[in-house]
Design a protein around this ligand. Structure first.
Ligand code: 13P
Length: 287
């Protein structure tokens, strides 16, 4: 079922677990994530970056693919199709295309502009039953070519954005996208606690899920994080499984590799990774 993220987020917050947002990049990833969510009876969020959106031939293609898969694979667990780090224009396009959730990343605008744009998008999205994630304090690292430093969000700014009626809030707490550098100081639980104090019931999002030690993930969930984004880890296992398959040289007697067989080990690796994360986040059986 394609649903907005609101209900699954509120349930996760109340039940002290987190729902995984797994970014999708192609048909194989999407199918693996949906099948794993169904097998584990876990709610799930499919994240689509603007770059991945272009790669997969636009937002309407993605909506068609995901809805088709939900139908063909008999997926009954709640699935949110969510724009990840959306621009103002991208968010509007996804609302039009039939996404069930959007993130508007206005963190690089001055706070007043971030507020004005977030407000407008919240009204538009809510009029169609679509949930909205906003971001305060840039999440560092590289995301689709955009590079930022790990920042800690200002709790007062978080409160201002939360009060605009967004459904979920991503606040920078020293987390970054991609693999963490060896000298990374870890999550700032002080910032997380201060943000939680300021925004009350608002479910919080932890971006940059790759490479955060398990005990820090668990602690973040206990302090109000209800959504955790994972992309790089899936990328790493997908690439590694594909590389091994190619190196093993299982081509078809001079015809080259069968593309379906070539991508199958990567798809299996994604399933295993998603299972590991759902178990860690505590979302298994929560559909
Ligand atoms: P990672 O690539 O570090 O897992 O982060 C994913 C993410 O936060 C997408 O928004």
């Amino acid at each position: 079922m394609l649903v907005s993220a609101t209900e699954m987020m509120n349930k996760a917050r109340d039940g002290h677990y987190a729902v995984g947002q797994f970014n999708i990049n192609n048909l194989e990833w999407t199918k693996s994530i949906l099948l794993t969510a169904q097998e584990l009876q876990s709610p799930v969020i499919l994240g689509v970056s603007e770059g991945a959106g272009k790669y997969m031939c636009g937002y309407t293609t993605i909506v068609g693919m995901v809805k088709g898969m939900i139908n063909e694979l008999g997926i009954t667990v709640p699935v949110a199709l969510h724009l990840d780090h959306g621009s103002y224009e991208g968010a509007k396009k996804c609302i039009e295309a039939g996404f069930s959730s959007i993130m508007f990343d206005g963190s690089h605008y001055p706070i007043d502009e971030n507020i004005a744009k977030t407000k407008e998008l919240v009204e538009l999205a809510h009029s169609k039953g679509i949930s909205v994630e906003a971001e305060v304090g840039a999440i560092g690292g590289e995301e689709d070519g955009v590079i930022g430093k790990g920042e800690c969000a200002d709790p007062k700014e978080c409160k201002m954005i939360a009060d605009l009626g967004v459904d979920i809030l991503a606040a920078g707490i020293g987390n970054i996208h991609g693999v963490y550098p060896a000298n990374w100081e870890g999550l700032s639980f002080e910032t997380l606690a201060a943000v939680k104090e300021a925004v009350g019931d608002m479910p919080l999002v932890l971006h940059g899920g790759t490479g955060i030690p398990d005990d820090q993930i668990t602690k973040a969930i206990s302090l109000g994080v209800a959504k955790i984004n994972v992309n790089t880890e899936c990328q790493l296992v997908f690439a590694e499984a594909t590389r091994k398959y190619i190196e093993a040289g299982k081509d078809q007697q001079g015809k080259g590799f069968d593309p379906r067989k070539l991508l199958a080990p990567g798809a299996e690796a994604i399933k295993a990774k998603v299972k590991e994360k759902m178990e860690l986040f505590g979302s298994v059986g929560k559909a």
